[in-house]
Design a protein around this ligand. Structure first.
Ligand SMILES: [Zn+2]
Length: 343
């Protein structure tokens, strides 16, 4: 089969479009003919290499996958050849207390397609049958691939971790990112008032189209000062963080008394300072979040099927141009998801 692989860590140039063997499947697995695979920042981190984490090489990236069922293992039931599907991006043991509670991403054995196992930058990918989910009928393959990771992450952050309520106000950082564009929509579905930030007027206009009530141009305006102005000096109940070092202190300063900061990433750096007195006197909560569980993705897909939320696609590249797609994502000029089409 055709696939994009890398055999050493480095820049986009290490990605090679080449021929590799089709993966054999076990009795409880399914072979999926990939039609689309969305990119995530995680792909960039894995390609570059992360200290202390050993990725099996050569490696196939890609966590967000849609396609057709090509083959099913002997023990698989409930999945049919030819069915249009998307894949739950997280793979877990399926047996531990966390898995049984639907908290897949807290499983000790948790990983993702394209992380410790091969992913969707290929014509075929093998998947545990439990990861296979029927595609919402109103979506293209590219749209279906643009849903799972970012909507699962945003749902887990806002609904499960931060417990966002309808009358509350939320600050969504980085509206142009995949996770930011998902967060605006999920926050609006709950009924919350959304303040979104982005680095250009064009992106802010798109954030408003997605439902943001107010916007902040973070390249020119001070986030915390603008939040105070827009909330009548109160601050927001929830800050949706994934930027990290550059925004951390401003994010904390943007919280109302009793506010919650929820974070799933640190794309600008890992060091965040906090004045502990400010934390306890204002009764703030800092919440970590990582991916989410299958029940949460199924909830999101229900909203997608009802057209209450929609995947936002920035640009589609053919699989063979994966390196170009990585450069595009690294440029941070996108609004929404960058997707590979697999012909
Ligand atoms: Zn488990």
């Amino acid at each position: 089969m055709k696939a994009v692989i890398f055999s050493e860590h480095g820049g986009p140039e290490v990605l090679r479009y080449t021929e590799v063997p089709e993966p054999p499947i076990g009795p409880n697995e399914v072979l999926v003919r990939v039609r689309a695979c969305a990119l995530n920042h995680l792909d960039l981190w894995i390609r570059r290499g992360m200290p202390g984490i050993s990725i099996p090489l050569p490696h196939i990236l890609g966590s967000d996958i849609s396609g057709d069922v090509a083959k099913t293992g002997a023990e698989v039931s409930g999945v049919k050849t030819g069915e249009k599907v998307l894949l739950l991006p997280g793979i877990s043991c399926g047996h531990c207390a966390q898995c049984a509670a639907g908290k897949d991403s807290q499983c000790r054995g948790y990983t993702l397609f394209g992380y410790m196992v091969d992913g969707g930058y290929a014509e075929y990918v093998k998947a545990p049958a439990v990861n296979v989910i029927p595609m919402p009928p109103n979506l293209s393959y590219e749209e279906a691939a643009a849903v799972p990771l970012v909507f699962l992450t945003a749902w887990h952050m806002l609904i499960t971790r931060a417990d966002l309520k309808p009358a509350e106000e939320v600050l969504v950082l980085g509206a142009g990112s995949g996770v930011g564009s998902a967060a605006i929509q999920i926050a609006k579905v709950t009924g919350a008032r959304v303040i979104a930030t982005a680095g250009s007027d064009e992106k802010l206009a798109k954030a408003k189209e997605l439902g943001a009530d107010e916007t902040i141009l973070h390249s020119r305006q001070d986030i915390a000062a603008e939040v105070k102005r827009l909330t009548n000096r109160r601050g927001v109940d929830v800050v949706f963080e994934h930027v990290g070092e550059v925004t951390w202190e401003k994010s904390i300063r943007s919280l109302a008394v009793g506010g919650r900061l929820v974070t799933c990433g640190a794309t600008t750096g890992y060091e965040g300072k906090i004045d502990i007195r400010y934390l306890f006197t204002r009764q703030l909560s800092i919440l970590g979040s990582y991916m989410g569980g299958k029940p949460e993705l199924l909830a999101v897909l229900e909203l997608v099927a009802r057209r209450a939320v929609k995947p936002v696609i920035d640009k589609v590249f053919p699989l063979a141009q994966a390196a170009e797609a990585h450069r595009h994502l690294e440029s941070r000029e996108q609004f929404g998801k960058v997707v590979l089409r697999v012909p």
